[in-house]
Design a binder for this molecule. Sequence first.
Ligand SMILES: C=CC1=C(C)c2cc3[nH]c(cc4nc(cc5[nH]c(cc1n2)c(C)c5CCC(=O)O)C(CCC(=O)O)=C4C)c(C)c3C=C
Ligand SMILES: [Fe+2]
Length: 432
Amino acid sequence: MKKQPEEEFKSEQMLNKKLSRRDMLRLTGASGLGLLLGGTGAGGLMAARQSAAKTPAASLDPAADTLPFYGAHQAGIITPAQNFLCFAAFDLTTTKLDDVKKLLKSWTEAAAALTSGSLIGNVNDNPNLPPSDTGEADGLTPSRCTLTFGVGPAFFDGRFGLAPKRPSSLADLPAFTGDSLEPQWCGGDLCVQACADDLQVAFHAIRNLARIARGTAVLRWTQEGFQRTAGADPKGATPRNLLGFKDGTGNPDATDDAEMRKVVWTSSSDGPAWMNGGTYMAVRRVRLRIEVWDRSTLSDQETTFGRHRHSGAPIGATDEFAELKLDAADASGKPVIPPDSHSALAHGDGTIKMLRRSYSYSSGMDLKTGQLDAGLLFISFQKDLLKQFVSIQQRLSKNDRLNEYMVHTGSAVFACFPGVREGGYIGEALLG
Ligand SMILES: C=CC1=C(C)c2cc3[nH]c(cc4nc(cc5[nH]c(cc1n2)c(C)c5CCC(=O)O)C(CCC(=O)O)=C4C)c(C)c3C=C
Ligand SMILES: [Fe+2]
């Protein structure tokens, strides 16, 4: 019997629950895509991408390798982070709402295929036509691929008559102290976050979604990201960012439904009904000054984060998950954890939380300086951008010791739709 969306969501949760809290904390990660696109849209039947006979990876447990696309919430938010990310922001080139609806319907059909390991469309064996799927994921497993869709503030400008439906907290972020934003890494009418345990699978998803969008939307900016793979870290410890520190330790527990309702998922009291079960995403492309960091002492590095590098524990403690005791002082009365350390400032009094799901990126080098363009594609999910992301970033941007070692070069926010029911489409509650 077919599973109902809620049941499917529960089975994703069950899959998640097989993991320990520590595994779940791998959600966070520490985070580059130029795409050449062309071709036609997709639709119709889907062909199986994997054949058991041809694919050695078919011996993997298929249930563990496939995450449900349909459900009460979109996947890729509380889902334990996959190894790779391809993030894409799109601009709409149409002014017709009907075209946008058609696009989201086509994307829904394609996303169901992409996340289940099927070829997109039904024109994949006609020698006289361009194939409907670009083919580079043919024979690959779904690789826990998730696709998460959202709309930016610009979606609600005058073009589609949707201004009255804009959630009040969905607005471009205010300027923060030290921002050095470059327009090529900012904004977007729509976003797609593709995550998978295989970069080719994630790339294939974005490439095909962009191809389907042709004539309706174009890519605005993209960024690939990575974490360590399960092969390199079989124990599944908290991933380290490019500064060498465990990143994700202080995340709320994504397996705790009540906590996720408090921190991540929007409900009827939080804004427009079309967002019930959705969440807001903040994305910041943060370039790390790794050459400067690499010249700083271990002690400076640890006081910058307020944590020990090796264990990830708060300074003065040995357990990674020990409580951050911000009032602890040494014999001379000096705080053990510097109040201007990143962890202390981000934690504050512990009442404002967000779910971070970031990825490291490495995008070649700056030809003028010879320095690496590498850093973090910071991604967080929260039910209220102003109360959560903005209030913490305002604190950080003014005083964070980490500011010496980083520069924010990109910024975007998106309203991530609630989950899609089988037979429905992405954004249906908004577009009807
Ligand atoms: C506005 C939100 C945040 C931005 C931007 C941000 C950038 C950023 N963070 C790291 C590395 C670490 N962050 C850590 C903790 C942490 N960071 C934020 C928020 C932002 N970080 C929060 C809410 C927290 C948790 C605080 C808490 O309650 O404990 C840590 C410590 C380990 C951990 O808890 O994950 C690291 C390391 C980088 C490198 C970075 C920008 C490049
Ligand atoms: Fe942080």
